[in-house]
Design a protein around this ligand. Sequence first.
Ligand SMILES: Cc1cc2nc3c(=O)[nH]c(=O)nc-3n(C[C@H](O)[C@H](O)[C@H](O)COP(=O)(O)OP(=O)(O)OC[C@H]3O[C@@H](n4cnc5c(N)ncnc54)[C@H](O)[C@@H]3O)c2cc1C
Length: 404
Amino acid sequence: MHVAVLGAGVAGVTTAYYLAESGHRVTVIERASAVAMATSHANGGQLSYSYTDSLANPEFLPKIPSLLLGLDPAIRVRIIRNFSMFPWGLRFLTQCTRARARENTLAVLKIALRSATLMEELRRKTPLDFAHKEVGKLVLLATSNDVRTAEATSSLKREYGCETQVLAPDDAIGKEPALAFMRQDFAGAMYAEHDHVGDALAFTRSLSDWLRTNRPVRFHFDRKILGLDVQKSRFLGVKTPVGSIRADAAVVCLGPWSEPLLTPYGVRSNLYPVRGYSVTLPPGRYAPTVSITNLRNRIVYSQFDNKIRIAGFADFAGFDESRDAQRISLMCEIAKRAAPDAADYTVQDIQPWGGFRPVTPTGQPNVGATGIAGLFVNTGHGSLGWTVACATAEAAASAVTHSE
Ligand SMILES: Cc1cc2nc3c(=O)[nH]c(=O)nc-3n(C[C@H](O)[C@H](O)[C@H](O)COP(=O)(O)OP(=O)(O)OC[C@H]3O[C@@H](n4cnc5c(N)ncnc54)[C@H](O)[C@@H]3O)c2cc1C
């Protein structure tokens, strides 16, 4: 089949790979001038195979009033003129039960563990260069209640083949001595030995370069997708400013922009764009090697390619970018206060970046067929898009192949 892949982020490029491996001819269509120019560009750099815990959970509910009042600096919620948030928010609230949180955490864990296996396989088969390091991850837990919840989740995950340990603060410092120089108390930490770090942009670029020379995959850049050619509930082609690109099937990998493209065709993807930020700095005197997620501040620190990537925050304000400079500066200030020696915060060029996570109410990605014959989706990867990319791409390619 000739398959069009819509979007050249990490989801689109990995989808192109698995489609090509299944014997299809692929055309990737992207509005930017290169791959990974949107949300896959400068994310936290974590391959977080073990930490798939659902954002929607019962502990989230009591935090809502303080979030709406703007009391948590890491989360900005803009209610006024943000109508699309209401239906999404109501669906999100229905997921905040113990049973749903467990179901969603395990569903994403299953995908992440499959992705870990596929990433190993991909690295063996292709000479990808993306500063990949098998360094493990520590999630800092703020309160003793967080520690108890992490212990319960950890034993649940163990039943599904995922090994994580909940450590006392001193044992966490034993794993990552740089934690001793952080200026923030923590009640414990969840340690995932098999989580990795790397550069998602370099991964996506490297894979697309390899595809271009080794597989029947073409990339059309600077082509904004205007719509789809759909007749009698059958996909026929993709409309661009320079004409229609006809294909036997298409996989929509447009991240949060999938929703506006698909809605006119009656396909609901339930995505909300949740903005987050990053800066990339030289390592400081006590830079962590193990990647760190600080749950209290919602900030991650990852070291790869002799740089420290600091990423985080979650803004529910639609596709608004007007506050980026302010939010990035606040994130840096908080990151520095918590870990003053992790990075050199004095450099001029902090490489500021913002991206829109494509988040579903359940936290589970949308992968597979739609109600339109020949039209498939691979979106909604939320905070774990690189982590789950290989498994969701494999599933999307398999759905296309089995529709033949
Ligand atoms: C601050 C932050 C930190 C993160 N940290 C991590 C992490 O540590 N680990 C992890 O696994 N994940 C992380 N994520 C999440 C991850 O980055 C995303 O889930 C992932 O990048 C989504 O990939 P995507 O390909 O679906 O979307 P994108 O990368 O956004 O790709 C969509 C593509 O579609 C293109 N497009 C959109 N509309 C059109 C159109 N009309 N025509 C043509 N092209 C179009 C865009 O230009 C873009 O290239 C983080 C996200 C953020 C914001």
